[in-house]
Design a protein around this ligand. Structure first.
Ligand SMILES: Cc1cc2nc3c(=O)[nH]c(=O)nc-3n(C[C@H](O)[C@H](O)[C@H](O)COP(=O)(O)O)c2cc1C
Length: 598
């Protein structure tokens, strides 16, 4: 269809759609005005014949131009039926003329309510379809969404019917206007925006269903409508597809500013290029073949940033709930651990010992600790960060000089003595450590070893545990919190080593009280845009923990649980991670040149 022709058809559709409404309004106003002046239904015959002629012409025109809608049929039929009644049974005709608008809404209600019960398409389907390609309106979700819409409209019609029966004013003319305008306004304000927006909203929110695309082309057409904007926030990517086999397709998806569009052809600078057999890609998209498995088995190729593949399915799936696992308890041993608390307001001074060699941009342990500090500062605490990577701290040589020759003083005149002073003055010490081989980082371990001068060589038994008493009597009790990020998705059998260290420090150092352990599994996923929600949850939990530690002296277990929830199933995690590493392998940049032992 040529552009001009298309425009003309669209105009005719609009006009023929409005005519039935105008006719009902005209009959309602004219007829009632005439009846008011004492005229009988018979006196309206000429007017009604003209009205019927206009309505019928409108139907014929719509039919010829193929723009006849559900609405035009419904409204026109009721009006024609009413007009016919005036001629056949004038008494009933008068009743009809007096209540033409109410009759219209009653008819609309019935047309909305009954057809779907008998298996016919919801009437809204016809309207919603206009805004989506065929591939989308064939989707089962789309049909069910329209069913919801259909019944919302049935409700709106029932409400409109009731509104036409209300006496708004004693003024006849004004009553006529209000009786007509109030229900129409209600429909325009509530009904039309709902019809336009609800399918989009529900498609984005609804539970994931298996797709059933019959061709890749159809799938690409549908993809822009299936973008999960919750997950796409901040994404700016171009995914080029080069598909061959049953369908030969060169086209690209652009995801930017929470919108997705598909264009045919080659993009000049795609961020990712997927080269695949079209049937395989269709099967992956329909969920018949695992994309991860296909990738690992090199059934398709990826060039450029393969990271987007980790998130592709989630970007186009409304919910990833099926991939979620039950919240893991932060409890490492499987038995509950009692963390220590202080009086509200006790913690005023916090020293953070950061042992991640990474920068702020990359360290996930530091990300948590920084939020904790921000929360503590918001509650009025004074904080100080010590970055171990910038300090010179020698290994402990176990010479015991700090216990013998120079009690409380180490042989090394490096940065450690100053840091020890800082932690002795602090009300709360925060350890920040990456999880390295199931334990704290080497940097933190060296630091911990060098705390020996704080203890006396004597041994005492406290609660059945052998320990060394504190050397400095003036030292007040202080709290200990640990933040650690680990790459694996588990907390148990992964962070146990760190937990054992800090729990033992808590029970063996007389002044140290372990207040909380924050273990972040699957840490590297946090930088993926699709896990933004998890990142926000983690950040909020850490911030609140810092704030509460200062204000209430207690850190709630729930904050630790939020942090320790990997938000991903172990198998899915493993598949995604392998896919990622495989993609790097594909570039031959990471394994090339690996030295061989023999
Ligand atoms: C030497 C080394 C050992 C690691 N060992 C583990 C481990 O035992 N368990 C684990 O889950 N992740 C392990 N990882 C992954 C890191 O814990 C993960 O990348 C973490 O985010 C690092 O913390 P950061 O981001 O605060 O520096 C290891 C990483 C390195 C470099």
């Amino acid at each position: 269809m040529k552009a001009d022709e298309y425009k003309m058809t669209a105009l005719i559709k609009k006009i023929t759609g409005i005519v039935p409404f105008l006719m009902v309004t005209a009959i309602n106003s004219v007829a009632l005005a005439m009846l008011k002046t004492g005229k009988q239904a018979d006196d309206l015959r000429v007017f009604l014949i003209i009205a019927a002629a206009v309505i019928m012409t409108n139907i014929i025109l719509s039919k010829v131009k193929k723009v006849l809608t559900y609405f035009t049929i419904a409204i026109s039929s009721v009006t024609l039926l009413g007009i016919l009644t005036v001629f056949v049974y004038p008494q009933l005709g008068i009743l009809f003329l007096n209540n033409i608008i109410a009759a219209l809404y009653a008819a609309l209600f019935l047309t909305a309510f009954f057809p779907p019960i008998f298996g016919l398409d919801p009437f809204t389907y016809d309207f919603s379809k206009k805004n989506y390609p065929e591939s989308v309106h064939r989707m089962p979700q789309f049909k069910s969404i329209n069913l919801v819409l259909n019944y919302i409209w049935a409700l709106i019609f029932a409400l409109a019917f009731t509104l036409t029966l209300i006496t708004y004013t004693s003024d006849y003319a004004l009553q006529q206007i209000l009786q007509t305008i109030v229900p129409i306004t209600m429909q325009l304000v509530i009904g039309l925006p709902l019809t336009r927006k609800l399918p989009e909203l529900l498609m984005a929110k609804g539970s994931p269903q298996k797709n059933n695309f019959s061709s890749v082309k159809e799938m690409f057409e549908a993809m822009p409508y299936g973008l999960n904007t919750k997950k796409s926030d901040g994404l700016d990517v171009v995914i080029q597809f080069k598909l061959n086999g049953e369908e030969t397709i060169e086209g690209y998806l652009t995801i930017s500013r929470n919108e997705c569009s598909y264009s045919d052809g080659l993009h000049v600078k795609p961020s990712t290029t997927i080269i695949s057999d079209s049937k395989l890609w269709l099967d992956i998209s329909n969920g018949d073949v695992s994309g991860d498995e296909a990738f690992i088995n090199k059934r398709y190729t990826v060039e450029g940033d393969a990271g987007i593949l980790l998130t592709l399915s989630e970007l186009f799936t409304a919910s990833v709930s099926s991939k979620r696992v039950k919240k893991q308890k932060n409890d490492i041993e499987g038995s509950s651990f009692t963390y220590k608390s202080f009086e509200p307001g006790y913690i005023k001074k916090i020293v953070v010992i950061n042992s991640s060699p990474r920068t702020e941009q990359f360290s996930k342990s530091l990300l948590m600790a920084n939020k904790f500090i921000a929360g503590a500062e918001s509650a009025g605490a004074e904080t100080e960060m010590v970055n171990l990577k910038d300090k010179t701290i020698n290994y402990c040589t176990c010479c015991y000089s700090c216990w013998t020759k120079t009690p409380g003083v180490c042989i090394f005149k490096d940065d450690m003595p100053k840091i020890l002073e800082k932690i002795r003055r602090a009300d709360l010490v925060v350890y920040v450590t990456p999880l390295y081989v199931f334990s704290v980082s080497a940097q933190l371990k060296v630091f911990i070893d060098r705390m020996l001068p704080l203890l006396q060589p004597y041994m005492v038994k406290t609660d059945g545990i052998t320990n060394h008493p504190n050397r400095f009597e003036e030292d007040r009790p202080n709290g200990l919190v640990v933040f650690s990020a680990g790459g694996f998705p588990e907390v148990r059998k992964n962070f146990d080593g760190i937990s054992a260290i800090v729990r033992n420090i808590g029970s063996h150092f007389q002044t140290t009280n372990l207040m909380a352990e924050f273990f972040l599994p699957a840490s590297e996923l946090l930088q993926q845009p699709v896990y933004r929600e998890r990142k926000t949850r983690v950040e909020e939990a850490c911030f609140n923990a810092g704030r509460d530690a200062v204000l209430t002296g207690t850190i709630n277990d729930s904050y630790m649980e939020i942090v320790s929830d990997p938000d991903i199933d172990q198998d899915v995690f493993i598949d995604q991670a392998n896919m990622f590493w495989k993609s790097l392998d594909g570039k031959k940049a990471y394994y090339q040149g690996t030295p061989k032992l023999f």
